[in-house]
Design a protein around this ligand. Structure first.
Ligand code: AVI
Length: 323
């Protein structure tokens, strides 16, 4: 963090998380081209908008992954040793993990998420519906190293990373995450992971440019969040959402585009925009089965099995830590 942001954080009495947000926003808007990190989409409003995205007719990933987990729950549960602890990286809606909890004889469930309050409410709901299951929530940024609860020390470990969140990491970050997950879970661990697949560009385009404009509101909300939490003065009506598919890099790229020449202030910093200038807010990588398997291999994991839906829109993989 630069000295200036540290001083500002002190004078504005910002907490630790908001200070990190401020520091990243000021650094990222100072870059050419400008960017913002997609991890800041998910405040309460952004999480609500994301839940709405998952229900959109054009947004196929969530319902397709759910159908694979439902159809293959028997085969997936065979990859999960009896009495194992299931460690979920990031805790969203519990719909997906419930499919595994119904099928696998788990020893414990360990959801890991940065948002402690949300985590506790999800853990409480699961305890109510699965009274025999030990739930040990861990409040941590799952992209960094964290300690597993002592209570699961002797249990076999299985990681769970659904939703193709891996696709929002740059390839080097995806590799670092998979290596870190392997270190955290330990020798002999397994990992069940959801990965979105490359497909017809028009299907991808529509999934990120939905007719109802929910993805646009989700994208623009990051500017509202900067206004709310950092006292920024973005005029959100002067920016528009755009998502394109970059075929060479196998990724959807989301941008916010300035509709005019304007200057925006955030915590005493000024950022000037030209008409048409972009802020790159998210990449969503789409993998072929081969490219994902190569990434897993290079990150310390061997493939046990892969499952896809009939149209090969989405994939779920069971991996085992290689020695
Ligand atoms: C969370 N993540 C996997 C979503 C995706 O598809 O990359 C985020 C998202 N962005 C726009 N729509 C959905």
């Amino acid at each position: 963090m630069n000295v200036h942001v540290a001083a500002l954080a002190k004078s504005h009495r910002l907490d630790q998380q908001t200070t990190a947000f401020a520091s990243d926003v000021i650094d990222d808007l100072s870059q050419t081209p400008k960017r913002l990190s997609p991890k800041y989409f998910y405040d309460a409003k952004g999480s609500e908008l994301f839940e709405q995205i998952t229900l959109l007719p054009e947004y196929y990933p969530t319902r397709t992954e759910l159908s694979i987990l439902r159809d293959q729950s028997g085969a997936i549960s065979e990859m999960v040793p009896k009495g194992a602890a299931l460690v979920e990286f990031g805790a969203g809606a519990t719909t997906k993990v419930r499919l595994l909890l119904n099928e696998c004889a788990l020893g414990a469930y360990v959801p890991v998420d940065i948002s402690g309050d949300f985590l506790q409410s999800q853990a409480d709901a699961l305890r109510k519906d699965f009274p025999a299951l030990d739930v040990y929530p861990v409040t941590a940024d799952f992209t960094t190293s964290f300690a597993l609860p002592e209570a699961i020390g002797s249990m076999a470990k299985v990681g769970f990373f659904p939703g193709s969140t891996l696709g929002n990491f740059e390839p080097h970050e995806a590799c670092a995450f998979l290596r870190s997950a392997r270190d955290i879970l330990g020798q002999g661990a397994r990992l069940v992971i959801g990965v979105d697949l490359e497909k017809d560009e028009s299907v991808l385009y529509k999934a990120y440019n939905d007719a109802a404009g929910v993805t646009a509101r989700f994208n623009l909300n990051i500017l509202n969040r900067i206004n709310r939490e950092l006292g920024g003065n973005f005029d959100t009506s002067a920016f528009t959402h755009r998502a394109i598919y970059n075929r060479d890099r196998h990724r959807i790229e989301m941008y916010l585009i300035s509709g005019k020449a304007q200057t925006v202030r955030v915590l005493g910093h000024s950022f000037s925009f030209r008409p048409g200038e972009t802020i790159h807010t998210e990449s969503s990588y789409k993998y072929s089965l081969e490219r994902f398997r190569a990434l897993a291999r290079a990150s310390g994991w061997a493939l046990l099995e892969s499952w896809t839906d009939e149209a090969s829109m989405f994939s779920v993989h069971a991996l085992v830590a290689s020695d």
